[in-house]
Design a protein around this ligand. Structure first.
Ligand code: PMP
Length: 295
């Protein structure tokens, strides 16, 4: 993620990643109490562009507020810092990681000191395969009444890592998690859609992280004239599906080949998901949409 000269932003300063230190008594390290974001920049002829930067930093500030870990930056300042970070490191195609984490505090109330760091690294493909074999996980999404599961809170990713690890140990590419009530929710770090008779279905907000890519893909599908239904559904409903895919900043739009060993009818290239993937890729390179003022 970094080399000898990589620079990160840490609490108002630019420091070498290799010299940056974290307090071992940080509350986030012990209790998972923190928030983060994940953004992507793409190389364009006009230099790197960060896709939907404004929306991501808005979500970071909202998540921070929910945890009472406020940071003294506006969305515009954070967008500017993220571009400076890329420039300082001479990076183009990247994943950008802002993290808000607590200071020294072993008590169970929010740390008074709040730290903010942001780093970026050259992007590698998130999934090894372009069409994924997926298993429905025995691990479920956390109960929305126990935490803010619609925010990117550090500790919630324990469940995500457990589900991924279990799926990979059995030879699957990715896990698909049910919500606390047994409805299909999402992947550990991506949202889920399935297609049936040219209609797209995706779980509604409530038990999912409402992804920024999910919202964009719904807009694109409507623009192409497809119907999109946000509704709850169970694993058995997928038996009749024609195709399915995941959406997310890292994942972009990734086709799913099979769920629990059952292959979908359509080849990836013949799906609505694939048209949306092509549209997403095209627009990601389009300055009009890249412009961070258009949040
Ligand atoms: N769900 C979770 C739990 C995630 O971490 C992510 C990645 N941020 C997503 C869904 C996809 O969201 P987005 O499209 O905003 O990246």
């Amino acid at each position: 993620y970094y080399h000898e000269n990589t620079v990160i932003y840490l609490n108002g300063e630019w420091v070498k990643a290799k010299d940056a230190k974290v307090d071992l008594f940080s509350q986030t390290l012990h209790y998972g109490y923190g928030v983060f974001e994940g953004l992507r920049s793409y190389a364009t002829p006009d230099g790197p562009h960060i896709f939907k930067a404004g929306k991501h930093f808005e979500r970071l500030l909202e998540s921070s507020k929910k945890l009472r870990l406020n940071i003294p930056y506006s969305v515009a300042q954070l967008v500017e810092l993220s571009y400076r970070l890329l420039k300082k490191n001479n990076l183009n195609d990247t994943y950008i990681r802002p993290l808000v984490y607590g200071g020294q505090n072993m008590a169970l109330h929010p740390s008074r000191q709040v730290n903010f760091m942001m780093a970026a690294w050259e992007w590698e493909k998130y999934h090894r395969n372009s069409q994924l074999d997926v298993e429905i996980s025995d691990y479920r999404r956390p109960n929305p009444l126990s935490c803010h599961i619609d925010s990117k809170l550090v500790g919630q990713y324990t469940s995500a890592i457990l589900a991924s690890a279990a799926a990979r140990a059995k030879g699957f590419d990715e896990a698909l998690l049910l919500d606390a009530d047994g409805y299909i929710a999402q992947a550990p770090g991506a949202n889920f859609f399935y297609e049936k008779n040219e209609v797209l279905y995706t779980p509604p907000e409530g038990n999912i992280l409402p992804g920024i890519t999910r919202a964009i893909i719904i807009d694109y599908a409507l623009e192409l004239g497809y119907k999109v239904e946000e509704k709850l559904f169970k694993p058995a409903d997928l038996h009749q599906a024609d195709a399915a895919f995941f959406t997310g900043t890292a994942t972009e739009v990734s086709g799913i080949r099979s769920i629990d060993g059952k292959r979908f009818k359509l080849e990836w290239e013949d799906t609505i998901g694939y048209s949306l993937f092509l549209m997403y890729r095209q627009r990601v390179m389009n300055k009009e949409i890249q412009n961070f003022n258009l949040v």
